[in-house]
Every structure is written in C-alpha cells, then in structure tokens.
Design a protein around this ligand. Structure first.
Ligand code: G6P
Length: 363
C-alpha cells in the first residue's frame, strides 16, 4: 500500500500525511526499552561525527543539538561530500554515524568508507533495510518509515529526527531525560495528526500560497534547533517549487541576508518558545519588518502569544508544543505543506522535480 498514492494527488502529500504513523514505527520498539538500541560505542568517546547529504544532513544537524545538550558529547554534522576530501583526523575513539534514507547515496557511502579506513567506530541511521550503507555500517538504527517515493524527502526527515531523539536518550546519562523521552514521544503522533487536519492552519497556508506563489526568492531563519528546520524549509521550497530560498541562522541575518529584504521578500521565521532564543529572534523579526519584509511565522510559543509576534507577522502558524526536543517534528509540517502547495499552484509535479534524483548514486 505504501507504493500506491491511494486517494492522494501525489506521493509527497501522502507521505506528509503518513508521518504520524511512520514516526511511531521509528520509536515503537525502542521506547519500551532504550537499551534495545544496540550501538557499540567507543569508551571513552571523543566525538560523534554525522556524515550525510541533503535532508539527512539537516536531521543530523538537529541531532547535534540533542546529543550535545543531553549526552554532553561533542558532535560534528558533516556534509559527506566535503568530509571525504578533507584531512581525516578520526580514530578508534570516534563514532561516525552515516545518516541516509536510501542507504545508497554515493557521497555518504564514501564518507563511511573514509571513517572505516581511519579506524573509527561506525553506525548507520538508515531507512532502507539491507542497503549498502546499512551493511557497511554494521550496526545502528533503522527508521522503519516504509518506502519513500516522493523525491523531496518528508517522512524520512521526521523519522530521522525521531531517531536522533532516541540516540540522544540512548547516549544520555540523565535518567530524567530518558524518562521524559519515553513519556513524550508517544504524544507526538496524535499532535502531528491534529496539526495535519487543522483547518485554521490550512486556511492560513491557502493565503500564504496565494501571496507567494509568484515569489522568486525567500528567506528562512531560525536559531538553535530551529535553524536546521529553516534549512529544511528552504530546501523543500527550492526542490519542488523552483523558488530560490536560503536558510540561515537568524543571528547571521545582520551579516548579509538582511541586504536582500525589501517589501516583496517573504521571510519565514521558525520561532521557538525557548526563553533565551525567543527575544533574540524577535529582534531579528522586527528588523525585517522595519524594512518591509513579509513575515511568515511558524511557532510553538505558549499562550498568550506576545503581541509583538502578532504585530510583526503577516501570517502566523502555531503548532502544538510537547517538549523542546520534539519541536522540529511539528514545525517542519507547515513548511512541507507550503512547498507542496506552492508547487501544485504553479502547475508543477512535486513528485518529479526537474534535475533531481531520489537517490544520488554517483559522487
Ligand atoms: C537526494 C534526494 C534528497 C536526499 C538526499 C540524501 O538529493 O533528492 O531528498 O535528502 O539525496 O539522500 P539519502 O538517501 O542519503 O538520505
């Protein structure tokens, strides 16, 4: 059934809607017993390096925040294609995890090769069972997302982020965090399902699509874990809508991207309720607004929403809040839907974007 569109117009849309079920498949066997995750790790571990491409790299970036914060291990998310040709300084006290939906991406496979040759411990976070990368890595976690047909990755991303949460819990020595993950992960699929069927969100997306389907550029900004979510939002828009989009850390905006802001520029802000980051990002939003930029805010900030956020946001989408570390899973949903809907509004087929392949088996 996973390889048929059923009642959905496109595989991408079907896969967006499958996400509550798929992330459940990723965590179901693990949360009953985190020790069911069998990854042999170096002891002591010097650092954890993720090697990945595209969307899988964005999930790895989320993983960095989670593992550093909750397991106090230095994490480096690397683009596989860059990692291969740099001087490799890894050794037996490093763990290298290849993250790949297909398990067949040539750059990621070669990066894993490099790590194996350097004597590092390796593992995989992979969707396709028995794929090259899964076999080479020798250990790790499968996503159990089912086949992903749409070229633009959606359910693989949220399943990878779920795997990152599980990995952080597995590596963490903090029993409170481990217990919290076990308690909160099952709350995500129903919240995601509710969001996917939220009429208010869809009505806002209709207005966003109308306003920006003719745009030629867009900016996506966020800080902390919202930064990789912004990158993923921008990637989705580029891939299937052919609108030039840049994802940037919100704090870097003043060092360049702000020069692009005029009264036509859509600027997507992924806004966290984090007490430290919230006021900082709000300042960036005000700077964009002052220059006439058109702000679309995706946030899980608590009620009552500060009026300042309402004032600067032309469009506002609120997603449910469960825990700080689950927030990418919910914030990415409207971004996926907006890209999908803009592509369709432009008469494009989101399942067959020009020049892209589902898995890139050449370097
Ligand atoms: C291609 C796909 C992307 C994907 C990337 C990495 O570029 O179009 O959607 O994120 O490869 O693929 P992987 O299978 O290794 O996750």
């Amino acid at each position: 059934a996973d390889v048929e569109k059923g009642s959905y117009a496109h595989f991408m849309l079907k896969e967006i809607y499958q996400q509550p079920k798929c992330i459940g498949q990723t965590f179901v066997g693990k949360i009953a017993n985190l020790d069911a995750i069998h990854i042999d790790i170096p002891n002591p571990m010097r650092q954890l390096v993720f090697v990945a491409c595209g969307t899988s790299h964005h999930a790895s970036m989320v993983g960095r925040y989670l593992v550093e914060q909750h397991a106090q291990i230095q994490v480096i998310p690397e683009y596989a294609s860059e990692f291969i040709y740099r001087t490799c300084l890894l050794g037996p006290s490093d763990l290298v995890i290849a993250v790949s939906q297909s398990g067949e991406t040539a750059d990621t496979r070669e990066a894993l090769h490099t790590a194996i040759r350097a004597g590092a411990k390796t593992a995989g976070i992979v969707n396709v069972v028995g794929s090259q990368i899964a076999r080479m890595a020798g250990q790790g976690m499968y996503l159990h997302a089912g086949p992903e047909i749409g070229v633009a990755s959606t359910k693989a991303f949220t399943c990878q982020v779920t795997a990152m949460i599980l990995l952080a819990a597995f590596l963490s020595k903090d029993p409170a965090f481990r217990a919290d993950v076990i308690r909160t992960l099952p709350m995500v699929p129903p919240a995601m399902d509710q969001l996917l069927h939220n009429g208010h969100m869809h009505a806002t997306i209709d207005r966003i699509v109308d306003a920006f389907k003719g745009a030629t550029n867009a900016l996506y900004l966020g800080r902390g874990m919202d930064y990789p979510v912004a990158l993923e939002g921008a990637l989705k828009l580029k891939e299937i809508s052919y609108i030039h989009a840049e994802g940037y850390p919100a704090g870097e905006m003043k060092h360049g991207p702000i020069a692009l802001v005029d009264t036509h520029m859509p600027v997507f802000f992924v806004l966290s309720r984090d007490a430290v980051l919230f006021p900082k990002v709000l300042i960036n939003m005000e700077e964009v607004r002052t220059r006439g930029g058109r702000i679309i805010t995706i946030t899980d900030v608590a009620d009552p929403l500060p009026t300042a956020v309402e004032r600067v946001s032309e469009f506002l989408i609120r997603v449910p809040y469960i825990a700080p570390y689950t927030s990418p899973l919910l914030k990415v949903i409207p971004l996926q839907l907006i890209s999908y809907r803009i592509a369709v509004a432009k008469g494009l087929n989101p399942d067959r974007p020009r020049n892209l392949a589902k898995s890139v088996t050449v370097e």
